[in-house]
Structures are given as C-alpha cells and as structure tokens.
Design a protein around this ligand. Structure first.
Ligand SMILES: [Zn+2]
Length: 463
C-alpha cells in the first residue's frame, strides 16, 4: 500500500485542499448524514449517496477493505414522518403507522442505492436506537453550561461557545439580524437551537430527565457519530445545504459535550443538483425520485439503468453544481455502451484512474482515463482485468452475466412454451409463465420478427 498516491481532499472547514492523514490508518472513519425516511428519495438525495460511496471505495483501496468504517444514519424520528403516518394510515395507532412508513421508506432507500451501485455502509444506525446516547450528550451539555431548559425545550446556548459558526463562517450577529424575535422569545439568543422538545400525548416520545419528549434533528448525528466513530473522527460528509445549520450545530454539540477542538478533521460537501436546468420542485413538475428514474417513464419517456444514473452523476465533479437532464443521461448511456463487460478480479486499478480520484475525487478525469482504458481493452483483452478493477473503483463495473448452457436452454424452452400458449389464446397460463420467469429475474420482451412478421420473444437477465 506504500505505492498509493497521497489522498487530497477539499476541507470545507479550512476552505482548502489538504493532504489527508487519518487519525488511525487501521480504522479510517467516515460519517455521512443519511435519509429522513418519510418518502421516496429524490435524485438530489442520490448525489451524496453516490459521491461518498466513491470516497468509501477509494479509502478501502488506499487503506485496505477492513480498515475503513463508514457510518450513515437513518433519521426515523421527525415531524414529517408523523405527518406522513397520520396521512397514510389514519386508522392505526401512531407508533404502528410510523413503523410502517419508516420500514417501507428504508427498504426503498436500500433498493434505490443498491441499484445505483452503492456499497452498504459499515453501519447504518437508526436514530430511535440511539435515544439514550442523545440524552447522555444533552446532560453533558447542560452540566458544562452549554444548554438550558425553556418553554418545554432543551436548547443549545450558542453564546456559550466562543467560536460557534466556524464551518459556515457566519457570526451570531448576522444570524440575529434575520431571526424572528417574537417567535423565539424563550431563547437566550435567536440562534439557539433545540436539543430536546416535549411531546404531546399523540406524538412519539421517550422518557428523559426533562419529561417525555423527542430529540431535535442535529443531536442525532452527534450521538450516532460519537457512538460508532468516536468523539473525533476523520471525515464528515453531506450536501452543501447541510452546512448551516445542521453541520454547524453538530459541531457545536459534539465539541462542547466532549471538550474537543474539532468533531471531524475534514468536512466534505457535495454541490447542488438541478433537473433540466431548474431547481427541482413539485410545482415546476421536474421533481423526480430515484425509483421513478429506475422503474417508470418519468424522465425522457423511459426508464434508466442504475449504472447510467451513476455515471451521469459522476461526470461532474462533486463540488460543482450539476444539471441532471435527459441529454446528460443519454451521453452517459452512449459512453457506457462502449465499455466491455468484465468480471471483477483482483487486478490493481489503473494508476491514472486512482491518481484522479485521489485528487479530491476528480471523477471527471477518472472517467476520461477509464474510457481510454475501455477502448484499449476492447482492442486488447489483456487489459480487461485492469479496466475491470478501475471501473469497480468507481462502482461502474459493467457486469458480465455468465449462464450455464443448460440453464439457457431451459429458459428458451419455457419462453417457447409461452409462445405456444399465446398462439392458443391461453393468456392466463402464458402470463403465469411470464410472471414465474420474472420472479427468477428473467425479463421477457415481445416483438415481431422483422423478416417474417412472426411473433417472437426475447429475454434478458435483469440486473
Ligand atoms: Zn447529520
């Protein structure tokens, strides 16, 4: 591993690209803010999932697979979840309704990110499994004079932290200028934020020293990162929109509770995403979920393979804004169509691809190098293993589906039997054959033979 390039990362905290030095090479620790599970993830949510998956893969390459811990949380307590549970399951007790919403959304998020080629993080803690850890941090903050109780809430006292605002470079006076003083009359300063709030009888709640209540959003990430990665860890990531207030407040909580100078050494943020040149919004009609892109004809009148969505995302550097459009997706598809299918082996990735990624995840240059390698591999099969290892480093390995001849013959026979059923107008039985094949991952496509005009069926293995 001594031959690996020096990893450089842009640190939002210092606004400069720095040489990355892990606290412990044996256990490099990365935390990324995960989804609030009340609705399908949109394509903007896919960006951090993909970007930090590339970082995770790169860290595993440089430090070894078993020497990286990647934690991404699941926010399963939130007022948006309560509202969705009441809307979708009005007859059920709230806790049951909430569980249905969060379990369904969490499963969908897992399916979406898997289809986008993302590895599972090492740990995916749920907020509701970490309430005791949150209470413990809040107790520490109160004991150290950084938090206070007012009007049924426990609030962080921003004035108690001399250097609050380092990440976003905001100062408290700027924040006060825009705050709604009347609404926040119980706060010592307008920038103070909620750590804990009391729950009404019909809201989810947990017993605490301050009564039955629920945590604020920011405290969740301080508790979960602390539990799984320690008081100080290597890299914290998320979208640009999280810098303020979410990440600023995570830093305030963790540093003041643990008495440390930093929470994470490097803070990384991915840029904004637009769809077809406009900010994504339901009223603009350009709001699109990952599921819709993969499974429906919402964008461009067709479905898109996960690998095409992933490549389209990585064709822009993660810190730049991105315009997600049909044109871009078509461009990604044309590119990937020229790449050879290959098996992941144990070859080392190409030095140029690795060097580009090591330079603050320059996926744009890495993809150029990968494409050159693909062209070389198309002409010379001995280059295939290096191409495969390089594509895998980006999570973009075009899979080769190997099937036994006997299995292929068996599927052909079943497809032929279905055609006979269709000819005999036995549609119910024909549908049964089609559904059984689909359940095994075989997708049928009906069409006509161009020469004879006869009905034919082709099939493919769905990835
Ligand atoms: Zn967070």
């Amino acid at each position: 591993m001594g031959t690996e390039p020096q990893l450089k990362l842009y640190n939002t905290l210092t606004r400069e690209k720095v040489d990355f030095q892990p606290i412990d090479r044996e256990n490099v620790r990365l935390y990324v803010c995960g989804p609030t599970v009340y609705d399908f993830a949109h394509i903007g949510n896919a960006r951090p999932a993909i970007v930090f998956d590339v970082l995770f893969r790169l860290l595993r390459q440089v430090y070894g697979e078993s020497h990286v811990t990647y934690a991404r949380n699941i926010t399963d307590v939130d007022d948006k979840i309560n509202a969705r549970a009441l809307r979708d399951h009005p007859g059920l007790p709230l806790n049951d309704a909430i569980r249905l919403v969060t379990e369904k959304t969490e499963t969908q998020y897992y399916q979406d990110t898997t289809a986008l080629g993302c590895l599972e993080p090492t740990v995916q803690p749920r907020a509701t499994d970490n309430i005791a850890e949150m209470i413990e941090i809040i107790e520490k903050l109160i004991a150290r004079g950084h938090a206070y109780q007012a009007a049924g809430e426990v609030l962080f006292d921003t004035k108690s932290m001399a250097d609050y605002g380092q990440l976003s470079k905001r100062n408290l006076d700027e924040q006060q200028a825009g705050a709604r003083i009347a609404v926040d009359a119980h706060k010592k300063s307008p920038g103070d934020f909620v750590l804990w709030k009391l729950s009404a009888y019909n809201e989810p709640g947990w017993e605490s020293p301050w009564g039955r209540g629920r945590p604020g959003w920011h405290i969740e990430c301080s508790a979960m990162s602390g539990r799984y990665l320690g008081d100080v860890f290597d890299i914290h990531g998320g979208g640009l929109d999280l810098i303020f207030p979410h990440h600023e407040n995570e830093i305030a909580q963790s540093r003041c509770a643990h008495g440390t100078d930093v929470m994470a050494n490097v803070w990384m943020h991915n840029g904004f995403l637009q769809v077809e040149g406009r900010k994504m919004s339901k009223s603009e009609g350009n709001f699109v979920t990952i599921y819709e892109l993969l499974q429906t004809e919402k964008l461009g009148g067709r479905t898109w393979p996960g690998a095409v969505l992933r490549l389209a995302m990585l064709m822009t550097h993660y810190r730049e804004p991105i315009d997600f459009s049909v044109k871009r997706l078509e461009e990604a598809e044309r590119l990937i169509a020229k790449w050879p299918a290959a098996d992941a082996g144990d070859a080392a990735p190409d030095a140029a691809v690795l060097a580009a990624l090591a330079d603050d995840l320059n996926t744009v240059v890495a993809i150029q190098a990968l494409h050159a390698l693909a062209q070389a591999a198309n002409a010379d099969a001995s280059i295939l293993p290096v191409f495969a290892a390089s594509a895998a480093l980006l999570g973009l390995l075009p899979e080769k589906v190997e099937m036994d001849d006997a299995v292929v013959a068996e599927i052909d026979a079943r497809v032929q039997a279905r055609l006979e059923l269709l000819k005999a107008k036995n549609f119910a039985e024909a549908d049964k054959v089609r559904d059984a094949l689909l359940a095994e991952g075989i997708q049928l496509k009906d069409g006509k033979d161009a020469a004879t005009g006869e009905r034919i069926t082709t099939w493919e293995v769905k990835r």
